[in-house]
Ligand binder design. Sequence first.
Ligand SMILES: Cc1cc2nc3c(=O)[nH]c(=O)nc-3n(C[C@H](O)[C@H](O)[C@H](O)COP(=O)(O)OP(=O)(O)OC[C@H]3O[C@@H](n4cnc5c(N)ncnc54)[C@H](O)[C@@H]3O)c2cc1C
Length: 360
Amino acid sequence: MPESKPKVVVVGAGVTGLTSGLLLLKNGYDVSIIAKHIPGDFELLSSKAGAQWSSHSGPDEFTFQEYDKPGYYEFLKLAREEPTSGIHEVLVDHYAHKDYVSAYKLPWFESYVPGFQKLDRSNFKFPSDDLVKGHRYKSVTITTPHYLAYLYAKVIEFGGTIKRARIDHINDANKYHHSGETPDLIINATALGARFLGGVNDLKMYPVKGHIVVVSNSCYNQKIVQPVPGSEVPGEAFYIMNRKEGGSIIGGCYHPVKIDEMDFKIDDKLTQRILTRAKKYAPELLDSKAFPENKPELDIVTVYVAYRPTREGGIRLEREGKIIHNYGAGGTGYQSSFGTAAGVLKLANEYIAKTKGSKL
Ligand SMILES: Cc1cc2nc3c(=O)[nH]c(=O)nc-3n(C[C@H](O)[C@H](O)[C@H](O)COP(=O)(O)OP(=O)(O)OC[C@H]3O[C@@H](n4cnc5c(N)ncnc54)[C@H](O)[C@@H]3O)c2cc1C
């Protein structure tokens, strides 16, 4: 063991920075997290996600599959053991529409998640006649603002610090360890900010638009229909997540945009299409016998636009000198958070062993 704990500054307090920071704290590092946006800020992108575990990795994307794998069991454990984490266990029904059935494929995690079940019309009552097959598995819904608050509290509990600060250059992070000393390592978890941050300026980062409607009506389980047939605009999907505290979060769309075309205006027509699909594919939303909070119409709590911090080529997880980069998770930042944090810890341990000649 080194004489004193290695010092780390994590830049970014979204799910990526908080999870990486917490894992480092639990493994003998002295961690300060700094960020422009911290849990509790509506502007923090991580607070706007659904969120679920439903790996998007392709059948041959083994590295990304490895990032997604640990999160599945970690989130189920949190759902079962940590009531303040804002996570609960749910079933996910993924449906193929009759117009897209030839494009439908079983996911790689068919053999990874327990109790994975194929669905077709012979064994399952579908919520609409135009859905013809699919699959079901156990997963989680994460109420993201609650989970971020949980992570925030854990970081403090394990001796870390969180401070609001915006830096212009990644090397400026050297000034922010709570001890006043220069850190041994910097973790860059700035997501879309990596595009603008001096010393990084990663032009592979781009935004992918999402459109969310939160309603007080509850549904039985998560449902996904992808892609949505007859969409006026390509890239629309239907997904609904039943949240632990009740109510549902419904999407949405997946529209890559240019960085200077980001806007947060609500598209009322898309909102209407989302609501129409919700009523069709989750009819229990309007049934007060299913849940007492359900009204005969959808009761909108909020509607917003948010951008997935996406990177050409996928997540950047690598060390560059004393900086470890962990950003670019796009639409998968929750499900990949435990896997990429484990990658950060491995890179940090190797670096400290090399530079300090000792193992943690
Ligand atoms: C509509 C929608 C639905 C989604 N659903 C899911 C889902 O179901 N499952 C899933 O796994 N993922 C989902 N995601 C994706 C997920 O939300 C993101 O991948 C994840 O939140 C990214 O986390 P992050 O910590 O990397 O980035 P962010 O949350 O953006 O955090 C970046 C941090 O860096 C800080 N920062 C940036 N630049 C600077 C700077 N110069 N100085 C100081 N601080 C800086 C920011 O202030 C912030 O604290 C969804 C996203 C959207 C938009």
